[in-house]
Design a protein around this ligand. Structure first.
Ligand code: SF4
Length: 318
């Protein structure tokens, strides 16, 4: 009885959100790491690059961004005249918070000829002192286009490792940041999964540590992992995927004929789960849109300066 009531509340909430979207000319953008029910109500679900692109094409008055703070900031920078709402204003990215503008400026002083390439997982302030942004989907392509030989890469040392293996003729100077969720996944944990599923190919996100990346069959961003793992031509019934658990939902939707093994306690290792991404619930989306609260606000000067490296990334990644 309780479950029936919960289900009907859930459907009711979804219907209310749909009505509010129409009434207020709003769109919902959601990252792959969001809860399944949030992915279901979104107009568009994607990785950071897809979402940044979508944010430039949005024809709406309000963008409800289901992701973490830097993603909402990016949407605001690309749409300064629109209302960008973040259903959980405290949802931040620990990796983005590891890099400050002051520290980046110090590195620039030390390496005056280097270009600063910032992962989109940075604050708007850090973007104001960056030359170009990148995501894990386009980092290699962007760095190949950078005109300098030296590149300061901020803030993810996991992605910096991946890029330095792929790009020839550049010296990558990594910042010492990392994603606490991906970087704490160890090669020992991977070994546990490989022993359980010896025939399963392994795909990992480049935010994982180098020792994990080196043992993978495929290293790619969330959208690249999604494409690779669901490709019908890949001969595998089971696939090990090392990234945030939210991506499993899209994989199962896209190709349900496969088993996707993500890190979970049932598989003998801990969850790889971003608590900040999971902080957004249907109730919060509903309240945020209804009351038009939790708006992202940025000083004009920051918007102006931070827009340049994001736009250059979009130009270079087409
Ligand atoms: S998974 Fe890691 S990098 Fe992604 S938002 Fe969460 S803390 Fe940041």
């Amino acid at each position: 009885m309780e479950l029936v009531r919960e289900l009907s509340d859930y459907r009711q909430l979804k219907a209310e959100i749909e009505n509010l979207k129409k009434e207020k000319r709003a769109v919902i953008l959601a990252h792959y790491y969001q809860r399944p029910e949030i992915q279901d109500i979104a107009d568009f679900v994607g990785d950071s690059l897809d979402l940044a692109r979508r944010a430039t094409e949005v024809e709406a008055d309000i963008i409800v961004f289901c992701g973490v703070h830097f993603m909402g900031e990016t949407a605001k920078i690309l749409n300064p005249d629109k209302k960008v709402l973040l259903p959980e204003p405290k949802a931040g990215c620990a990796m983005a918070d590891m890099a400050t503008k002051k520290e980046v400026l110090k590195l620039k002083e030390k390496y005056p000829n280097a270009w600063v390439v910032s992962y989109v997982n940075t604050t708007a302030e850090v973007k104001t002192v960056s030359d170009v942004c990148c995501t894990s989907a386009n980092a290699v392509k962007i760095i190949e286009k950078v005109p300098s030989e030296e590149v300061i890469f901020v803030p993810d040392k996991g992605l910096a490792y991946h890029v330095s293996k792929k790009v020839k003729g550049k010296r990558i100077i990594p910042f010492e940041g990392f994603c606490p969720d991906h970087y704490l996944f160890t090669e020992g944990m991977l070994e546990t999964l490989k022993q359980r599923y010896p025939d399963a190919p392994v795909g990992v996100h480049p935010e994982t540590p180098p020792s994990v990346q080196d043992r993978a069959d495929f290293v790619g961003s969330t959208s690249q992992l999604l494409k690779w793992a669901t490709d019908p031509s890949l001969e595998a019934r089971e696939i090990i995927v090392i990234t945030e658990i939210g991506l499993k939902y899209q994989m199962e939707k896209k190709n349900p004929n496969r088993k996707y093994i993500f890190p979970t306690p049932e598989e003998g290792v801990g969850y790889l789960l971003c608590s900040q991404m999971k902080a957004i619930t249907l109730e919060k989306v509903y309240e945020t849109l209804k009351e038009e609260k939790n708006e992202i606000e940025l000083p004009q000067e920051i918007v102006k300066k931070a827009k340049k490296p994001i736009e250059l990334m979009l130009e270079w990644s087409t």
